[in-house]
Design a protein around this ligand. Structure first.
Ligand code: PLP
Ligand code: ZN
Length: 427
């Protein structure tokens, strides 16, 4: 049944149509290809009632994901928590704030499991046995983990110098992990050559149109969990600029299918690190082209793509939605990480710090209005970027195992130590 819903691929620049194959750019103008659907047919089966009756995974929206059959890889991915974040809201000075927490996505603790589940299921449909990716870190772990579980052979290429948690978090699954001298853009170019030479399925190269569609599931889940409403604002981190565009597309699709309570008018806000801000710079200067950053330099390594594949479309979409983009430096990123942890108990990776710090900046600038509803997309887990914090957080005090030692430590360092009588009575 699903095979009739996905009608093919289409060039985003010239509109030329292509069949459902492992192809990522238009042969006429090198424009990116996007999956097209028969929305009338989708509307016949994708109803709120049908969705509610399905398991809580990203596949409950399967009519809007580009597979011809049932998913075979990543069947448990998605439906991460949407959390009302009142303590962080208070700190940022907004009324209604939510966190979409993909730091706990299954199985590899980042939003990349969504795109990989689609790309590898599609790879199996197309008959690939060997898959791969060009990664800034999280994609590496997700491709390696999901390929292992599906019995596919995986080649994972990363820039030299990634965080240890990202490297180990790919190697453990038995993938062939290769560190390339240079930055992500070098890795990506090499992967295009490898995919072409060996005929393998690279999730974000020749399978990219299918891969990218997986990100829509984040938007579908946000709207469903808000009671079938699109929020007033979304802040999401940007690397290649794909995720943010797909969240926006998700709200538009739900709207078009009549699944929302009110028209989707979400203003989209893109977050980058100052050390690699090609999309934010284009939005802020109004440039029609995205100027690549030659040497990205930021602790937010997962976002360090100097020449973003979807930068042009992302920057246009951000402005057209009434949103904006900002960037923050490494100190602000760490402050964002600690603020999120201390107010909401969520340890996000550096990209999460970028999102929180950019949200704060946009609220202070008045670009995000304090009375609207705002969703911050937390896309990766802090356990994987420990290097960013190791020299910036206090180490634990070491004491002798005596009450005296404890008392002189805490009473010496804090003035508000209280003996709590309620607890004493219970002891
Ligand atoms: C890949 C990634 C993103 C953004 O991805 P896009 O390339 O813009 O789709 C955001 N956050 C994290 C943690 C990532 O790994
Ligand atoms: Zn074209």
């Amino acid at each position: 049944m699903a095979s009739d819903l996905v009608t093919g691929l289409q060039c985003r620049l010239c509109g030329k149509r292509y069949p459902k194959e492992a192809l990522n750019f238009c042969t006429e103008d090198f424009g990116p290809l996007e999956v097209t659907y028969d929305y009338e047919a989708v509307a016949r089966t994708l109803t709120r009632r049908a969705i509610a009756a399905r398991p809580r995974t990203m596949w409950r929206y399967r009519e809007l994901l580009p597979l011809d059959g049932e998913p075979t890889v990543g069947r448990h991915v998605g439906c991460t928590p949407l959390i009302r974040a009142d303590r962080l809201a208070k700190a940022l000075g907004v009324r209604e704030l939510y966190l979409k927490n993909d730091a706990v996505n299954h199985p590899s603790l980042s939003f990349k499991d969504r795109v990989v589940a689609v790309a590898l299921s599609k790879a199996v449909e197309l008959g690939f046995r060997t898959v791969g990716c060009a990664s800034t870190g999280n994609l590496a772990g997700s491709v390696a983990a999901n390929a292992a579980a599906a019995g596919l052979e995986a080649y994972v290429l990363i820039p030299d110098g990634l965080e240890q948690g990202k490297v180990l978090g790919a190697t453990i699954y038995g993938a062939t992990v290769i560190a390339v001298e240079g930055n992500y853009d070098h890795v990506n170019r090499l992967c295009s050559q490898i995919a072409f030479r060996y005929g393998w399925g690279f999730v974000n190269v020749n399978l990219r149109p299918f891969y990218a569609e997986g990100s829509k599931s984040m938007g579908f889940e946000i709207a469903e969990d808000l009671g079938w409403r699109a929020p007033d604002h979304v802040v999401a981190p940007m690397a290649g600029g794909s995720l943010i565009g797909k969240i926006h597309k998700a709200f538009r699709e739900l709207d078009q299918l009549g699944l929302l309570e009110a028209p989707a008018r979400t203003r989209m806000f893109g977050a980058q690190a100052t050390g690699c801000n090609p999309i934010a710079a284009a939005v802020k200067t109004g440039a029609s082209k995205v100027r690549p950053i030659r040497r990205p330099e930021t602790i937010a390594k997962s976002l360090a793509i100097g020449d973003p594949a979807d930068g042009y479309f992302a920057s246009r979409m951000l402005r057209e939605s009434g949103g904006w983009s900002e960037d923050v430096d490494d100190d602000a990123i760490v402050e964002g990480m600690t603020l999120l942890a201390e107010t909401e108990g969520i340890w996000a990776e550096t990209a999460g710090g970028v999102t929180v710090a950019v949200a704060r900046k946009l609220i202070e600038q008045g670009r995000i209005d304090r009375d609207g509803s705002t969703v911050l997309c937390i896309t990766g887990n802090g356990l994987k970027t420990q290097e960013a914090l190791i020299d910036r957080l206090a180490r634990p005090a070491v004491i002798e195992p005596t009450l005296d030692a404890f008392e002189s430590l805490v009473e010496g360092s804090r003035t508000n130590i209280k003996v709590e009588t309620a607890a004493l009575a219970a002891v």
